[in-house]
Design a protein around this ligand. Structure first.
Ligand SMILES: *Cc1c(COP(=O)(O)O)cnc(C)c1O
Length: 376
């Protein structure tokens, strides 16, 4: 049996009859930049995230960068970010000229550790980026309390967590702004790049609106240095076809996660640490990630058996060559480094079949049984 990490074919077959007319409509109207689908999709996302404003941009990475720019964050400023995340969470900070300051994670949920954030705060700290890794939200209550105490901005990187909630509230409703990504493999994926900022701050949204069109307002008059970063009209049309299915897809992800939990408990009890869902969180399982031992051997064994797995992320950001000038040493963020050496994400997408899950867990069990035998 072959089990891919992610497969979009079946979903496309299901949606094709709706998708092609939506794309055809955009082409017939030929309004390709900031057309009616972008505006409508922005409104749909704002409502979904319980906020008053949203701005569609070219990617999640740009959403983060433009939000920081619009908050006047730049040279001389520091922004606290987790090191255990996708590169864009920190590169957006560096692109503004500010310094990303890396904080550690709590080992249970892989999201920012409050104590570490407090320890990293200085007089130069302007903002905290809370990354909702793997599909569950960071501890927003305590982060917002800390931010209020020191007048810091909090931006949620919700690229992996569209549909997640904490105490019933989605990303964007807790903080100054949240960024979304519609990269094809995200829970709501475009057929190309796309991103968005959602916020309750009207002035912030208006500023990003201007920055995404080269800081031009009125047209061809530039008071600020923006860039070209718009959510593409074709992608918006595609996303609007897909959005009504998001709740069902996220529900499927939760069912798949629960079945993995059940199978693991049945077949490899004590050997693996399945994902922990923090109290008050509704998880959307962008990834189903285990903490494993003998990872390298396990990955090779599963690959032999036709099962794809992924490591998100193998080298923490504070140890990336591009950030070497920041001077972090191995051992400086112990939980982050431990996680990067032990995490393994299993195949996860809404169309994954029960038989495939059984096969994955049977192979995991076979690997660990073999390990035990080798030891004897
Ligand atoms: C995907 C992702 C991004 C960036 O989104 P793009 O749309 O690919 O630019 C940022 N942060 C995290 C945590 C992500 O997973």
């Amino acid at each position: 049996m072959r089990v891919p990490m992610f497969d979009m074919q079946e979903q496309y077959e299901d949606l094709r009859a709706e998708m092609l007319p939506a794309v055809d409509e955009v082409m017939k109207k030929s309004r390709f930049i900031l057309g009616e689908n972008v505006t409508a999709f922005e409104q749909e996302m704002a409502a979904y995230c319980h906020v008053s404003h949203s701005v569609g941009v070219a990617s999640g990475s740009d959403a983060l960068y433009l939000t920081l720019l619009a908050l006047n964050i730049g040279p001389g400023d520091e922004v606290i970010v987790p090191s255990f995340t996708f590169f864009a969470s920190a590169s957006a900070v560096a692109r503004t000229g500010a310094v990303p300051v890396f904080a550690d994670i709590s080992p249970s949920c892989y999201t920012l550790d409050l104590g570490s954030v407090e320890a990293k705060r200085t007089e130069r700290t302007k903002a905290i980026i809370a990354v909702h890794l793997y599909g569950q939200m960071a501890q927003m209550g305590e982060l917002m309390a800390l931010a209020r105490k020191h007048s810091l901005y909090v931006i949620e990187d919700a690229a992996q967590a569209l549909g997640a909630t904490q105490n019933g509230k989605p990303p964007g409703a807790h903080s100054h702004a949240a960024i979304l990504s519609f990269f094809p493999t995200k829970n709501l994926g475009a057929y190309g790049d796309a991103g968005m900022v959602v916020t309750n701050n009207a002035a912030l949204a208006e500023k990003i609106n201007v920055l995404r069109v080269h800081g031009s307002k009125p047209k061809y008059y530039h008071h600020e240095l923006g860039c070209n970063s718009r959510l593409d009209e074709l992608q918006a049309a595609i996303l609007r076809v897909k959005f009504p299915h998001l709740a069902h897809w996220n529900e499927r992800r939760r069912e798949i996660a629960a079945y993995y939990d059940e199978l693991l408990l049945q077949k490899v009890p004590d050997l693996l640490s399945p994902p922990v869902v923090a109290k008050a969180n509704e998880h959307v399982f962008h990834q189903y990630t285990l903490f494993v031992n003998k990872r390298k051997e396990l990955v090779a064994f599963l690959q032999q058996a036709g099962i794809e797995t992924m490591i998100y992320y193998p080298l923490p950001l504070h140890l990336q060559p591009v950030f070497s000038s920041l001077g972090y040493e191995v051992g400086s963020l112990p939980e982050t480094e431990r996680a990067s050496q032990h995490v393994l994400s299993l195949p996860m997408f809404p169309e994954l079949k029960k038989e495939q899950q059984v096969y994955v867990v049977d192979q995991l069990a076979a690997f660990y049984a073999q390990q035990t035998m080798l030891k004897v």
